[in-house]
Design a protein around this ligand. Structure first.
Ligand code: BGC
Length: 777
């Protein structure tokens, strides 16, 4: 056998031959890493090790000793806005370009796979890792992450879609069991993964630490094989989250190909022993080794020619992306944009203007190539604006992991800032310090730190105008202080150019264009998921079911501070001329076929350029199953010059009008009224119309416990049942008997009629005969 050499890199075509030449021990060894970040090499066959590294919004390639919580320095890489920010762009194009840059940096640093993105749902605003996730909405998260993955992989390197699945909290993440009903899993927690897998085929999927309904994700055959490969057609490799393996042999059989990091040979030996004992078929090991080597071959081809990239251009892209991520929540009296000619009226307050909070803590932490603060950006523009820190920030003292709780020092700094703000336009940089949100733990409230709230309140009481610039990775409540301020610019965590982006937006060099990818509730207690968060005794019950994010807030009718999809800019938009076409759904309509075609005209009615994001929501007002009042099913970011109009077309597939049916365990289309709404946010929907969705009736197979009402839906079967029951059947007929009785009896399982003495003729045997003809046994 010719082994690939350093000059003839391994190719995917070599893999079957190489696997055939491996010993069982070598194959088992390939199923786990060599160390923290590399796969196992097989020197005698010229199989190299390839490197995989974090993290979603930049490369975290550790140059020296490895650890996975970012303690050791990694090589400089562009720190783009984390997913919470990127998602707020609602712009597939921007995200794709960021992906391409991430791919180029990954390849350029000889890394084969970038470990991201994470598409877990933001079930609770408190999840410590929300900054790494896209949205509370699976459609938005799936659409945007598909472009990120496509962009990264277009550069010849891989991604790892994570954390599969239902890793929606950090509390107890390594063992908690997320108890989720089937429909909720399929409609809320899995679709973003599904969309990315079917749309972009990530090279790898990373299973999560937690259990789902009692089974570790790392050893769940339903999740890793039936759903991922069977239902969605995943072709790549499944890798464990770092340390997520519990029982390696069970995991391998379930579809977990690669364990990371290395188990120091412990699990390799267990795999070999299981095969030798006849407990594990060797073909399972062959398949996993084939998948690992396929990834290694693809990566080896890429890193053989790493290529270069332009660090300055990537910084410029990080700046552009950060200008697109910020969401202008409010802008009373058009206080923004600020007029640079009136800089003398300004005062900048808040340590975060000098020490930006620009990324989250944990495994995704990037060592940026540059870091620009808002103060740097103002200085670059020769704007001499007074600055007052206003509060202490541990990061400013180089201690990001600590809580600097010194109320007296905060009060002193605050007093100085308030004195300086009197009568001026105060631009206040506040947010969550690094210690407040991180991988590994959740927040226990969603307020800003007390010192920040006090600063906002006291400054806004004396300033002529107050502009608040927020930096936080997950939503914070604003209801306690927002009435006193004129403008709020939510910049999320903006990456290494967050400071220059904030200044460009404040001064109107760029227009805010972000839209909320997560709701901002008035109070945390309005969020239905909080009733069961973060669970107890190793279990978290997703009792709110489908109703996370705006779905829950809309269903309970709670007021929100700012709704999902909201975002202002420096111009205004008008939505008009809604047109909706609906195709009949038939048995031959495929899942991806367009069923609903919506067109809307969007016009820039103001005096500045801006990006509109028309959003399409669907509702099912008279559904037989539980439904959120509306669900996002389409959006498009559209750049418009003043006065410009654009006709935007959004289509929804059969799958987009389906729900998961727990009787047939599949996607079904319920016929009936479909409410189509288009507008600027989930609660600003000026264009609404109701159309009829024509589809075959939903199958309701008859079985032993079907009710009278269910039999009535099958005319032929009902007629036979009525004749078998005899005259007593009258009581089931509202027209012949008492309507109240008929309504009550409608809910009776027909099997009871055979035993409760209602009918002499519908004996248990006669009922069995009917079931044999019309129902399932
Ligand atoms: C995180 C993953 C990360 C991995 C490697 C884990 O703790 O959950 O997101 O990719 O470590 O650092």
């Amino acid at each position: 056998m010719t082994a690939p050499t350093a000059t003839t890199p391994l190719t995917v075509a070599d893999v079957p031959r190489l696997v055939a030449g491996l010993t069982l021990a070598e194959k088992a060894a390939l199923c786990s890493g060599q160390d923290f970040w590399t796969t196992q090499p097989v020197d005698r066959l010229g199989i190299p090790a390839v490197m995989v590294t974090d993290g979603p919004h930049g490369l975290r390639k550790q140059a020296g000793a490895s650890d996975h919580v970012g303690l050791n320095e990694s090589v400089p890489a562009t720190c783009f806005p984390p997913a919470a920010g990127l998602a707020s762009t609602w712009d597939r194009g921007v995200i794709r370009r960021v992906g391409e840059a991430l791919g180029a940096e990954t390849r350029g640093n000889a890394v084969g796979v970038l470990l991201g993105p994470g598409v877990n749902m933001k079930r609770s605003p408190l999840c410590g890792r929300n900054f790494e996730y896209f949205s509370e909405d699976p459609f938005l998260a799936g659409e945007l992450a598909t472009d990120l993955v496509d962009g990264i992989q277009s550069r010849g390197v891989g991604t790892s879609l994570k954390h599969f699945a239902a890793n929606n909290q950090e509390t107890d993440r390594m063992r908690v069991s997320a108890e989720i009903d089937e429909r909720t899993l399929r409609e809320i927690y899995l679709p973003a993964f599904e969309r990315v897998v079917t749309g972009a085929q990530p090279w790898t999927v990373m299973c999560s630490y937690n259990k789902i309904n009692g089974t570790y994700a790392s050893q769940d055959p339903w999740l890793l094989t039936d759903v991922l490969r069977g239902d969605w057609g995943f072709e790549g490799l499944v890798v464990s989250d770092w340390g997520a393996v519990d029982d390696r042999v069970t995991g391998l059989a379930a579809g977990l190909d690669l364990e990371m990091p290395s188990s120091a040979g412990v699990n390799d030996a267990r795999i070999v022993a299981a095969v030798e004992a006849g407990e594990l078929d060797e073909s399972v090991v062959d398949l996993a080794a084939t998948r690992v080597l396929t990834m290694v071959a693809r990566a080896a081809e890429a890193v053989a020619e790493p290529g270069t990239y332009d660090v300055a251009a990537h910084h410029a892209l990080a700046h552009e992306a950060a200008t697109r991520t910020a969401v202008l929540l409010k802008n009373d009296h058009a206080v923004l944009p600020l007029d640079p000619a009136r800089a003398g009226d300004l005062v900048v307050i808040g340590e975060m203007a000098r020490t930006p909070r620009y990324q989250g803590a944990g495994s995704s932490q990037v060592n940026p190539t540059r870091l620009v603060s808002a103060l740097d950006a103002l200085a670059e523009r020769d704007l001499d604006v007074p600055f007052h820190p206003g509060y202490l920030l541990a990061e400013a003292a180089g201690k990001p992991g600590q809580d600097r709780d010194d109320a007296d020092a905060d009060a002193t700094l605050r007093a100085e800032a308030v004195a300086a703000a009197a009568g001026r336009t105060a631009v206040l940089f506040v947010g969550l310090p690094a210690v407040a949100e991180s991988e590994g733990y959740d927040r226990d409230h969603m307020e800003l730190p007390e010192a920040h709230v006090a600063l906002v309140r006291e400054v806004s009481a004396v300033a002529r105008r107050t502009v608040v610039v927020l930096s936080n990775g997950s939503a914070v409540t604003v209801s306690g202080w927002q009435d006193g301020v004129d403008a709020i610019l939510e910049t999320w965590l903006g990456g290494q150019a967050s400071g220059s982006a904030a200044v460009a937006l404040l001064l109107g060099e760029a227009a805010p264009s972000g839209r909320l990818a997560e709701s901002i509730p008035v109070a945390l207690s309005d969020v239905p998921a909080q009733l069961n968060f973060p669970g107890e005794n190793g279990t978290v019950r997703y009792g709110e079911g489908l109703f996370i994010g705006y779905r829950g807030l809309d269903a309970t009718g709670a007021d929100v501070s700012y709704p999902f999809g909201h975002g202002l800019t420096y111009t205004t938009f008008d939505h008009s001329d809604l047109a909706v076409d609906v195709d009949e759904v038939t048995a031959s309509t495929a899942a991806q076929d367009a069923v609903v075609r919506v067109a809307v005209t969007v016009t820039n009615t103001g005096e500045r350029a801006g990006v509109a994001v028309p959003q399409l929501y669907l509702g099912r007002p008279a559904s037989a199953v539980a439904r959120a009042p509306r669900e996002l099913r389409g959006f498009e970011a559209v750049a418009l010059e003043p006065g410009e109009s654009r006709r935007v077309e959004l289509t929804v597939s059969r799958r987009g009008v389906s729900h998961w049916d727990t009787v047939t365990h599949g996607w079904v289309v319920e016929p009936g009224a479909l409410e189509v709404a288009v507008g600027a946010s989930s609660r600003d929907l000026p264009l609404v119309t109701t159309v009829e969705l024509v589809a075959p009736p939903l199958p309701t197979p008859l079985h032993r416990y079907s009710t009278v009402a269910e039999w009535q839906q099958h005319p032929e079967a009902w007629e036979a049942l009525v004749s078998a029951i005899g005259p007593a059947a009258q009581m089931f007929d509202a027209a012949q008997g008492d309507p109240a009785h008929a309504a009550m009896f409608a809910a009776i399982p027909v099997v009871k009629v055979t035993t409760m003495g209602f009918s002499d003729t519908l004996t248990p045997e006669a009922f069995d005969d009917l079931l044999a003809t019309y129902g399932e046994a």
